[in-house]
Design a protein around this ligand. Structure first.
Ligand code: C2O
Ligand code: CU
Ligand code: CU
Length: 488
C-alpha cells in the first residue's frame, strides 16, 4: 500500500497553501501565545504557566548480564495502554515496558548488548536506536520489521563514545503515529573518559533526562494522531508541550550543578530553549558526545531528534525557581525548584574531551549533495521520494566526504543519517554555531539554508540492510523524505 498517496491528491500549490492558510512554520523566534502552530486543533495550550505535576524520571535499565555469554540483556515489550494526562480524559497510548514512553537504557562503551524486542502493538513496527552505531542489520530501520506478536533480537557491541541517544519505531510510512502514541525512550552510553570527569552523573538526582514532546490535546488532555495535508506538509505540531510525558512538571533540583539531557522527541516542533530569567548554562555535549570544551549559552535550538547535554549551576540559588521555555511557541513547560542538597558539589572541567579529532576539509575526497525540497504537496530528497527497493547512495568504506545539505524550500526540515556521526564545517557559508560544533547525527535546516558536514563512513553495511538518511520531521519522513545508502 502506498501510504503516501493521499499527499498527491492535493491540487493546491504547496507554497500558496502554506502561506495563505497556515502562516509560517515557526522556525523563527517570537510567535506569541501558546496556540498550536500547525492549524488543526484550535484548543488553547494546556500549558498554563502553573506547574503542579511531579517531574517523572523514566526508570533506568542497565541490563542483566548473562553469566555464560557476558552479554547485557534487555527485554523490551512494545505495548498498547492508556494514560490520563490531566486526570480527566483517558488517551489510548503506546509504550515500552509501560503505557507511555520507555525506560532509559544505560550501556557502557564496549558492552555486548542483546536487545530483545517483543511487539505487542497489534500492528507491525520496528525499533531503531537513534544515534547508536550498530551494524546495519541491527539498526531497527524499515528493513527490520517486527511483526505483531514477534520478538526481534538486536545484538551488537556498543562501539562509540559516551552520548545521549534515543530509541523509537521506524516502520516504513507509519513512524509518526507510533512515536506520537508514546513509543520513545532514551539510550545513554557511558565511557571511561566521561566517567572520569567531575560532571553531574547521578541519574535522577543531579543528571536528568528531559524528553521534550508536544501533543495536540483536547481540553481534557486526550489526544489522537491525525494530520491534515497541511499539517503533514508543515509537520504535526501540538498545542501542549510535555516533559517525559508530563504537562507542566516541577522538578526539585539540588543546589549544585545539574545536568539536563535534552532530547527533542517531538514529531516536528523546533524549540528554542532558554530559562525565563535568561540565565547562562553550559553545553557539554552534542548528539554524539562531549564537546572539546563547555560552551556558555543562554538558549539552544533543537530540531526533532537532536539532543544536547547542558549543565545548569543552581549552587547559590536555593529556594529559587527556574522555568524552561520555548521562545518559538512562547510555551513554558518545566519548572526547576532549587532545594538544599547533601550531594557533593561538581565542577564542569574547562576541558571535556581530548579525544575529539575533527576531520578537516582537505581530507574529504568528494562532496555529496542532499537537496531537501517540496512541491505539489510532496517532500523530496534529491527530487526523489523514499523507495524501499532503491539504494540512493553507495558510499565507499572509510572514505571521508562532505555532506552538502541544502533546504531549498520555505519550510523547516532537518537531516539525520544512520550509522555515522558528522561534524559541521559550515552553516550558510559561515562557521557553525557554538552549540552545534560537536559530533552530531541530526542537524536543523531552516528554510532556504545550507550546511556542510564532514563524515567518514567507517562501517560497511550488511547485505539487504541499507542505512537511512532522512528529514526527522516525522510527517515528512513518512511522506517519503528519506533515502537509503550502502557502505562497501
Ligand atoms: Cu530517529 Cu532514522 O531516525
Ligand atoms: Cu536514527
Ligand atoms: Cu522535512
Amino acid at each position: 500500500m502506498d501510504r503516501r498517496g493521499f499527499l498527491k491528491t492535493g491540487a493546491t500549490g504547496l507554497a500558496g497553501l502554506a502561506l495563505t492558510s497556515c502562516g509560517s512554520s515557526g522556525s523563527g523566534g517570537g510567535r506569541g501565545g501558546g496556540m498550536s502552530g500547525g492549524g488543526g486543533n484550535l484548543q488553547p495550550s494546556l500549558n498554563t504557566g502553573v506547574f503542579s505535576r511531579t517531574f517523572f524520571t523514566p526508570p533506568e535499565l542497565t541490563g542483566t548480564v548473562n553469566a555464560t555469554t557476558g552479554r547485557k540483556v534487555f527485554d523490551l515489550t512494545m505495548q498498547t495502554g492508556t494514560k490520563q494526562f490531566t486526570g480527566q480524559g483517558t488517551t489510548q497510548t503506546m509504550g515500552i515496558n509501560g503505557n507511555f514512553l520507555a525506560p532509559t537504557l544505560r550501556v557502557v562503551q564496549g558492552d555486548n548488548v542483546d536487545l530483545n524486542v517483543t511487539n505487542n502493538l497489534g500492528q507491525e513496527t520496528t525499533l531503531h536506536w537513534h544515534g547508536m552505531r550498530p551494524p546495519s542489520d541491527m539498526d531497527g530501520g524499515p528493513h527490520q520489521p517486527i511483526l505483531n506478536g514477534a520478538t526481534w533480537n538486536a545484538a551488537y557491541t556498543v562501539n562509540q563514545r559516551a552520548s545521549t541517544n534515543w530509541y523509537h519505531p521506524h516502520p516504513h510510512g507509519t513512524t509518526a503515529p507510533q512515536v506520537y502514541a508514546g513509543l520513545a525512550g532514551m539510550m545513554i552510553v557511558d565511557d571511561a573518559e566521561t566517567q572520569a570527569l567531575d560532571l553531574p552523573k547521578t541519574y535522577g538526582a543531579d543528571d536528568f533526562p528531559v524528553i521534550v514532546q508536544d501533543r495536540d490535546m483536547a481540553a481534557d488532555g486526550t489526544f489522537t494522531y491525525s494530520a491534515s495535508q497541511m499539517e503533514t506538509m508543515q509537520g504535526k505540531k501540538g498545542n501542549t508541550v510535555l516533559v517525559n510525558g508530563v504537562i507542566d512538571p516541577v522538578l526539585d533540583v539540588p543546589a549544585k550543578q545539574v545536568r539536563l539531557r535534552l532530547l527533542n522527541g517531538s514529531n516536528s516542533r523546533i524549540y528554542n530553549l532558554s530559562f525565563a530569567t535568561g540565565i547562562t548554562f553550559q553545553q557539554i555535549a552534542t548528539e554524539q558526545g562531549l564537546l572539546a570544551a563547555p560552551v556558555s549559552l543562554t538558549s539552544i535550538t533543537l530540531s526533532p531528534g537532536e539532543r544536547a547535554e547542558i549543565v545548569v549551576d543552581f549552587t547559590a540559588v536555593t529556594g529559587q525557581s527556574f522555568v524552561l521555555r520555548d521562545a518559538n511557541s512562547g510555551i513554558s513547560f518545566l519548572k526547576c525548584d532549587v532545594v538544599a542538597t547533601t550531594l557533593v558539589a561538581t565542577t564542569v572541567p574547562a576541558t571535556l574531551s581530548a579525544t575529539l579529532t575533527p576531520l578537516s576539509r582537505t581530507q574529504a575526497v568528494r562532496s555529496r549533495a542532499f537537496v531537501l525540497s517540496m512541491g505539489q504537496g510532496n517532500v523530496y530528497i534529491n527530487s526523489k521520494q523514499m523507495d524501499i527497493a532503491r539504494i540512493d547512495e553507495a558510499m565507499t568504506l572509510n572514505q571521508i566526504e562532505i555532506l552538502d545539505i541544502q533546504n531549498t524550500s520555505n519550510m523547516d526540515h532537518n537531516f539525520h543519517i544512520h550509522g555515522v556521526s558528522f561534524q559541521l564545517l559550515t552553516r550558510d557559508g559561515a562557521a557553525p554555531k557554538a552549540f552545534e560544533a560537536g559530533l552530531k547525527d541530526t542537524v536543523y535546516l531552516p528554510p532556504n539554508s545550507r550546511v556542510e558536514a564532514i563524515v567518514q563512513f567507517g562501517v560497511a553495511t550488511v547485505a539487504n540492510a541499507p542505512y537511512m538518511y532522512h528529514c526527522h520531521i516525522l510527517e515528512h519522513e513518512d511522506a517519503g523524505m528519506m533515502g537509503q545508502f550502502t557502505v562497501a
